[in-house]
Design a protein around this ligand. Structure first.
Ligand SMILES: Cc1ncc(COP(=O)(O)O)c(C=O)c1O
Length: 422
């Protein structure tokens, strides 16, 4: 089969969806004000962004980025390994390590490449990886590249993880086992059962735990220090990975740990770190600017939670089905893919920007509209969104009583593995 023949059916499917006005992805934003964006000359309220603290438009953060750009230029000019390692990267690593209460951190150019590079270079084909099925695609890519044996367990199912770990250890008592999970899951918005997972170390003290906290950083814990700080488990979690592309309003990623030898090895073996150009200075300075505000402004994170609680109550009142979310990510269960596309199109027409997630991001027939809120949302914007959602929920019959299959969505482990997550 030619390459064209392989790709054409999908291209036609996208073309047809565009022609019928249902295609919601890759929308070009003409301008952004953070909580509002302009698309095709229309201003919409954004309820899909991961910019949870609204830092991407904070004047202090923007000024820090501009200053760094004037000082170091727009690009680093090479990989960190060679000529692109800026003083700013090292300052940032120190600040990040302190922020998540670890000894050292290593910054990469994206969160994706952090997971890919770290997991791939630290593990070997002799090792085992216990992996939550709902983990991000970058984690699965890292696992695959490492060629370690991948042992997935049902989402957030500690019992299943414990059984699989016991079985691994029985057959391979000396093998290195890394358990990988996320702090806050990016589609369902639920939290990892970190204290229970950490307890597995009591029976298996050499178990290593790796937590991807892309969506927990800046959101969970005191001053937004993350899910590990939220549970007070800083010394029990061996690796904390985070991204700058969510609450830290930039791009980039890092991995932090207490074992300096392991991080020194990683710094010299993570292929995306060695073979990709370094993070531009403006992105590093953006993150430093965000950390400074987080450490000094006591209101930013509580305001986010105030909005989240208000929206959760509003969704309940409307009768929306939202699963186990306990965070600013609140999926609205729709079920049928076509219905989700129609709902998203109507939202757009009414002035609200949120996107549907369909298979393989979620299991077949379990489509959701992924909504996410920001600390900079104003009350009037939330009022408007709730009013639109209430009207459309009635029109599309997506309130709890109208829906078929919602029990499956609400049961644990509803999402698929290796999902194409946002
Ligand atoms: C859980 C998780 N890990 C890693 C990533 C990758 O982060 P980045 O956008 O920095 O590449 C994402 C982003 O979607 C994510 O949701």
């Amino acid at each position: 089969m030619s390459l064209k023949a392989r790709c054409q059916p999908f291209a036609r499917y996208v073309q047809a969806a565009k022609a019928e006005g249902y295609y919601p992805y890759f929308r070009p934003l003409a301008q952004s004000w953070g909580t509002e964006v302009e698309v095709n000359g229309r201003r919409l309220i954004m309820i899909g962004s991961n910019d949870y603290l609204g830092f991407s438009h904070d004047p202090r953060v923007m000024e820090a980025a501009a200053r760094a750009m004037r000082h170091w230029g727009t690009g680093a000019g090479g990989s960190r390994f060679l000529c692109g390692n800026l003083v700013l990267h090292e300052v940032l690593e120190e600040r990040l390590a302190a922020f998540v209460h670890k000894k050292k951190a290593v910054v990469h150019v994206t969160g994706f490449s952090t997971n890919l590079g770290a997991i791939a270079c630290l593990l070997t084909p002799q090792d085992m990886i216990l992996c939550d099925r709902e983990n991000h695609a970058s984690i699965f890519e890292g696992c695959q590249a490492s060629r370690a044996r991948l042992v997935p367990f049902a989402h957030n199912d500690v019992e299943a993880a414990a059984q699989k770990l016991a079985s691994i250890k029985e057959k391979n008592p000396h093998s290195l086992v890394l358990l990988i999970t996320e702090g806050v899951f990016s589609m369902s918005g639920d939290l990892s059962p970190l204290p229970e997972l950490v307890q597995l170390k009591e029976e298996f003290p050499d178990l290593l735990i790796y937590l991807d906290d892309a969506h927990g950083l800046g959101v969970m814990g005191p001053q937004g220090r993350g899910t590990v700080a939220h549970f007070g488990m800083n010394s029990e979690v061996d690796f904390i990975m985070g991204t700058f592309s969510k609450a830290l309003a930039s791009v980039g990623g890092f991995i932090a740990a207490d074992d300096e030898d392991v991080l020194e090895y990683l710094r010299h073996h993570s292929r995306p770190l060695i073979f990709s150009a370094a993070l531009p200075a403006s992105n590093a300075a953006t993150v430093l600017g965000c950390l400074e505000i987080l450490e000094q402004d006591p209101d930013r994170v509580p305001r986010l939670w105030e909005i989240v609680h208000r929206v959760q109550a509003g969704y309940r009142e409307i009768g929306l089905v939202t699963g186990e979310s306990k965070t600013p990510i609140i999926p609205i269960y729709i079920g049928d893919d076509q219905k989700a596309f129609a709902f998203a199109r109507d939202l757009f027409e009414e002035g609200v920007f949120a996107l549907p997630a369909i298979f393989p991001a979620v299991p077949k027939g379990q489509a959701v509209i992924r909504t996410a809120y920001m600390s900079t949302h104003e009350d009037r914007q939330i009022d408007f969104v709730l009013e639109v959602l209430a009207r459309l929920a009635k029109k599309h019959r997506i309130r709890a009583d109208d829906l078929i299959g919602r029990e499956q969505f609400l049961s644990k482990g509803g999402y698929s593995s290796q999902s194409l997550r946002i």
